[in-house]
Design a protein around this ligand. Structure first.
Ligand SMILES: Nc1ncnc2c1ncn2[C@@H]1O[C@H](COP(=O)(O)OP(=O)(O)OP(=O)(O)O)[C@@H](O)[C@H]1O
Length: 635
């Protein structure tokens, strides 16, 4: 915990050294505030007390004490005001710093690593400031407790009461702290272990939007509600309040009485002294001792609470810092790709030798690919076919090094794929998959980012849009390529209210309506295809992958897309994954037919169609029959 605290303090200091120093000084001042004010109050009261006894008041002394008190109060108010107005600046900077840290880690973390750190990657930076302030508060409270103790001690000694009185002052907070601490631990155990509580929480989660479709379609709402009620009943009156509240609720009468009586020990001390030693106390010293004692108790309790919060906060900070230290599972290689010897027009050659692969988190014996061997030569058009879940997309993911193989070897141009620089390999690959998304940026950027170096090259973007089939609908948009897709018309997480009639709200709502193409999957697919073309035309690209990239297109659009990709490939290797056999397989140099993670057949369409009991023949036959029955053509 201490190294995390040090690191957090150091980070915040490096973000705003001046602001942090002033913030800390103002906190230290606050720690002394109470003692200053107590001291001045005590002074005023004792002047009044002496005056009352003598029958005349020392006016000059009382005026001085009052002025001093007014001054201290004014300084306190100024410091508090300054802190309220400047803290948000440092808070903003700190939150942004940690948001950036999380964001850059999110962008750089690869898929297998994301899988292993799923929960942590989605951490928010919001609580960081609260945790930091808690750290500052603990330090300030510590100073305040010490100052108050010193003050009480000095007060007790100057009014001829020694350490016994100070010990009596401290008895109550210590006893309460002891009881509370043991209950604190137990309260957490109840939360973590009660099966009804855990079940209730799990069922509650099913109310999230994410599950709505499954729940409605599966008609399981009643079951969930019924199970929820059972868990709720099982939980009964179990106290689920915050530990401090549980402490109040569960305290036995005996301990409640003992604690309150211990709190009155000082009062008994005053009473005993009044009887046996009446000259020992002045009224002012009693008032001041009582006041500072209750102040000490309050400060002590808030310190205990802050310490518990600090423990939680530092655990959270450890997770935040761990995000920054995540080591990607996929390791980079050192070889450049393509090598300088490779001819400009040659595509990528690929060799898979006895490769097997299991997804991270799946059981070791569940293989998405099992002992797969094939070769695709430079410049070939290879088509991967097979039933759902047969492993086609997994092969594509291995080719782009989204994952690494579990065993066997995967060679690119004769070298192990892992020996190449990942950035080079990805730069040499253009891929079009159904998983690609639109970015909430302009249409031009959505296409241009296919080739980040050319993102501002409008002639390339227009050309890519033509090839990908997006130009026809882009020309219909009022703002053409400048149209922002899915504009983020919200601030601080609050959407603009649709009933808001201000001109800005109206304008934003209109903008959202006119640019929302998210529901039109064909158009979305064309934008994504255009993005692929943006990269495709580059000579640096040696491999083009289309994984069901055309599934949302109409047959004409799909034909156009494949025609363009085939005709403009200029020696690039093409790997297509498809369920539609249509025309694509007829042009394929190599068809790879997958089944349950195995490669079961490979060859050209003419070769594979001749194997009557073969997997390819079967899949092809099913599609042909479906087509005949759809069109009414009988065989
Ligand atoms: N991220 C993942 N984590 C765990 N298992 C996965 C993951 N993705 C795919 N699988 C499993 O790996 C196997 C191969 O899936 P893959 O997506 O490669 O098949 P596919 O032939 O492309 O299927 P489809 O035609 O439906 O796209 C399947 O059993 C699938 O359930």
């Amino acid at each position: 915990m201490v190294p995390t605290m040090q690191r957090l303090a150091f980070d915040v200091y490096s973000i705003g050294p001046g602001l942090l120093s002033l913030l800390f000084l103002s906190k230290v001042w606050s720690s002394f505030e109470d003692v200053f004010l107590l001291h001045l109050s005590s002074k005023i009261l004792s002047i009044i007390e002496v005056g009352l006894k003598k029958g005349e008041t020392d006016t000059a002394a009382i005026v001085n004490a009052v002025i001093a008190r007014i001054l201290v109060v004014a300084i306190c108010a100024t410091v508090a005001w300054w802190r309220t107005h400047t803290t948000p600046i440092l808070q903003n900077r700190v939150t942004h710093y940690f948001e950036d840290l999380i964001f850059s880690s999110n962008l750089e973390t690869d898929l297998p690593t994301t899988h292993d750190n799923n929960a942590d990657i989605s951490l928010s930076a919001e609580p960081v400031w609260e945790n930091f302030m808690n750290l500052v508060n603990v330090a300030a409270t510590g100073i305040q407790v010490v100052t108050l103790l010193a003050y009480i001690f000095q007060l007790a000694v100057s009014s001829r009461h020694g350490p016994v009185f100070v010990l009596l002052c401290l008895a109550k907070p210590f006893i309460r702290f002891f009881f509370r601490q043991s209950l604190w631990e137990r309260a957490h155990v109840v939360e973590a272990m009660d099966p009804n509580y855990l079940r209730l929480r799990a069922l509650k989660e099913l109310g999230d939007n994410e599950y709505r479709q499954d729940i409605i379609a599966g008609n399981i709402g009643d079951y969930i509600l019924q199970e929820y009620n059972i868990a709720r009943e099982g939980l009964g009156d179990t106290d689920m309040g915050y530990p401090s509240q549980q402490y109040e609720n569960r305290q036995s009468v005996k301990s409640a009485v003992v604690i309150q009586l211990v709190g009155d020990l000082t009062m008994l001390y005053y009473a005993a002294n009044a009887v046996f030693n009446p000259s020992k106390f002045t009224l002012t010293s009693i008032a001041m001792l009582q006041h500072s004692e209750s102040l000490l108790q309050r400060t002590f309790y808030s310190g205990v609470y802050e310490l518990a919060e600090l423990r939680r906060g530092m655990n959270f900070m450890k997770r935040i810092y761990a995000i920054g230290n995540i080591q990607n599972v996929i390791k980079d290689g050192g070889l450049r790709y393509p090598s300088t010897e490779q001819s400009e027009r040659a595509g990528m050659s690929i060799d898979l030798r006895n490769i097997s692969f299991s997804y991270p988190g799946s059981k070791a014996n569940v293989k998405a690919l099992d002992d797969v061997t094939f070769s695709i030569k430079s410049g070939q058009l290879a088509v991967l076919v097979g039933a759902n879940g047969s492993g086609k997309s997994t092969i594509v993911k291995l080719l782009t090094r989204l994952y690494d193989i579990t065993s066997g070897s995967l060679l690119v141009n004769g070298q192990d794929i892992q020996s190449y620089k990942i950035a080079d390999l990805r730069g040499a690959t253009a891929s079009l998959t159904q998983d690609h998304h639109l970015y909430p940026l302009s249409l031009a950027e959505n296409i241009g980012l296919g080739n980040p170096e050319k993102v501002s090259d409008m002639s390339m973007i227009i050309n890519a849009a033509k090839r990908g089939g997006a130009d026809s609908f882009v020309s219909k948009l009022k703002q053409g390529f400048s149209t922002i897709l899915d504009p983020k018309i919200e601030q601080y997480g609050v959407n603009i209210d649709p009933s808001d009639k201000t001109p800005l709200a109206k304008e934003l709502e209109k903008l959202k309506k006119t640019t929302d193409i998210s529901g039109k999957s064909g158009e979305r697919q064309r934008v994504v295809a255009s993005r692929t073309f943006m990269r495709f035309t580059s000579n640096a690209v040696k491999l083009v992958i289309a994984d069901e990239g055309s599934s949302a297109l109409d047959p004409e659009g799909e034909w156009e897309l494949f025609k363009n990709l085939r005709e403009e490939r200029q020696g690039k290797t093409l790997v297509f994954v498809t369920h539609r056999f249509g025309h694509l397989v007829k042009y394929a140099d190599l068809i790879l037919c997958m089944k349950d993670g195995h490669l079961v057949e490979s060859g050209t369409h003419e070769e594979l169609i001749k194997i009557p009991d073969g997997e390819y023949f079967k899949l092809h036959d099913i599609q042909a029959k479906a087509f005949e029955s759809d069109t009414g053509v009988s065989s």
